[in-house]
Write a protein that binds this ligand. Structure first.
Ligand SMILES: O=C(O)CCC(=O)C(=O)O
Ligand SMILES: [Fe+2]
Length: 245
């Protein structure tokens, strides 16, 4: 039976000390992990949503953007939960030393499967948001798991949006992607490989770290819930201009 109360009541309470430790880990290891963040019943509900979604998309890759798209799954409640959002505001303050903006997410649920599994994997990128949280919902038990890959903290927060665009251009081309894939395969590398466990919470500096996921087998399903927070270029007039161009 799933509790009537919102998910908030069942989330672990993280002390300021715990957040400080997580902050230090993200800086040194590239990411931190809180095991069993989502309880078994809540996780089950999310997994049921994923398997239904995959079935109704004819076992093909499908993405849900925003809270409304996952309403009633618990992932929507997470996005407004005081316990969950306070992780982000406290990490933000530790990292940037100032008052965090109101915690609102660019939230997505990615269900990797079918032909789209390979097509939507191994695309190395920087996120547009400072803090990224990832909750694996479904991870294949056999075959390719679709590990999360990370070159941690490879850039600083850029003062100017134009510089951020340049970083992205330098990454988003065939030569760089080829070289990063090659580097990811070599032994002698700063690459961090994360073997993800469903229901655990992973946090990293998405804006500052080059990252991606490996593919899973086309017949299996790998689903991840992502919560992106704090766009450092939200006030950029260049960004606004490009958007409306
Ligand atoms: O699904 C994943 O493991 C990572 C996805 C990601 O980095 C993103 O959507 O920004
Ligand atoms: Fe990302």
């Amino acid at each position: 039976m799933i509790d009537d109360a919102t998910i908030d009541a069942r989330l672990p309470v993280l002390s300021d000390g715990a957040i400080q430790q997580m902050f230090a880990e993200i800086n040194t290891k590239g990411f931190c992990c809180i095991p069993n963040y989502i309880n078994a019943n809540d996780l089950k509900r999310m997994q049921v949503f994923v398997s239904r979604a995959v079935a109704s998309s004819q076992n093909e890759y499908v993405v849900f953007r925003g809270s409304d798209a996952v309403s009633g799954t618990g992932m929507d409640e997470l996005a407004t939960s005081a316990e969950f959002t306070s992780i982000f505001s406290r990490l933000y303050t530790l990292a940037f030393g100032n008052t965090p903006p109101q915690v609102k997410f660019y939230q997505i649920l990615r269900c990797l499967t079918g032909k789209g599994a390979a097509r939507n994997s191994l695309i190395f990128h920087y996120d547009s948001y400072l803090i990224t949280a990832l909750i694996p919902v479904t991870i294949p038990g056999t075959g390719k798991r679709g590990d999360f890959l990370l070159f941690p903290n490879t850039r600083k927060v850029r003062a100017f949006y134009a510089r951020n665009l340049l970083d992205k251009l330098l990454l988003d081309n065939r030569i760089t992607q080829f070289m990063l894939r090659k580097r990811a395969r070599s032994r002698n590398t700063s690459l961090v490989r994360v073997h993800m466990v469903p229901g655990s919470l992973y946090l990293f500096w998405g804006y500052r770290s080059i990252h991606t996921n490996e593919p899973c087998d086309p017949e299996s399903v790998r689903a991840t819930a992502l919560f992106h927070f704090a766009d450092p270029h939200s006030d950029s007039s260049l960004k606004a201009g490009l958007r409306h161009a």
